[in-house]
Design a protein around this ligand. Sequence first.
Ligand SMILES: Cc1ncc(COP(=O)(O)O)c(C=O)c1O
Length: 371
Amino acid sequence: MRVPFLDLKRMDSELKSALKSKFSEMLDEGVFSGGKEVKSLESKVSTYLSSPFSIACANGTDALELALRALQIGSGDEVIVPAMTWVSTAEAVVMVGAEPIFWDTDANGLLAADWEEAITGKTKAVMPVHLYGKMVDMENLMAKAKKHKLFVIEDGAQSFGSFQKKKAAGTFGDVGCLSFYPTKNLGALGEAGMCLTDSPELNGRIRRLLNHGQKARDEHELVGRNSRIDAIQAGFLAVFMDRFASFQELRKRFAGMYLKELADREELRLPAGILEEDHNAHLFVVQTPKRNELKEFLSKQGVGTAIHYPHSLPEMRGFACAGNFENAGKLSRQGLSLPLNPWMRGEDIVFVCAKIREFFHTSDRSGREVF
Ligand SMILES: Cc1ncc(COP(=O)(O)O)c(C=O)c1O
């Protein structure tokens, strides 16, 4: 038996034929940039997330950069960023000429609640990242940001479908940024992303920035760029959107199976709150001091795993800085993502858990850390 971490070839045949029909329909239509598919995706997302403005763009990294530019954050400004995230969060800050100020995460990888200590006279914004699909406590973060008059840009690249008290991830801050990278819960068959906002003014600025600063054809009001979504991806995303709820059910069911099967493994720290509504079960990240050995063992047994992420940002050459990033560092050394996606079957989860039990049964238990 083999359980890959994620194998998109395993999409079911009904879905594959719906995607093929969509492609064929679009080929006959002949519109490959903008058009009704883009509008329809934006409106589906707006309805699902109760987001007043949903602006599709080329990818999640661009969404972050567009948000920062629309808020006119740039040279001389500081932006607070968690030390553990995908590199895009900090890249976007640097790309607009501002400086990322890294702050440690909590044990689950979310921006630590004491982030206010990072504020200086230059701080313009804070970027909470809903890492692994689990939301930062947004009510609390928004209250602090308001107190200090900071903009909030939510990196919701991993949290499509997470809600806090029925309010969607990405709809709390000034701008929320989504990624539709193929591995995400709502993933395209290529690159795509989106900005969410409730501000008509930011909606207008972001739309212009991503389309060469144009208000209308040949009316270049701002210096922008091309970050338009590929219309074919918008069409595919609409197909995935129609099935999103059922895929989420499967993710939650498999996450629940993992929790049950691994509950007695005191050597493992299991993901907190993964069955709650504020977690979309994007990644199932366990933590163990024996992470590397477990990863290797599982790989030999045919089980694919991944590490999100093996280096905290302050450890990277481009972002190197000193500070206390203990939790982020620990996650980079101990975090292991187990396979969790709608293309799996229940027996895959049972197999992975049996192999994990086998590993801890046979491995040298001395010096183990008990969570
Ligand atoms: C936390 C986070 N931020 C930003 C991004 C960037 O999204 P994209 O790959 O669509 O540019 C990702 C995607 O992996 C992500 O996980």
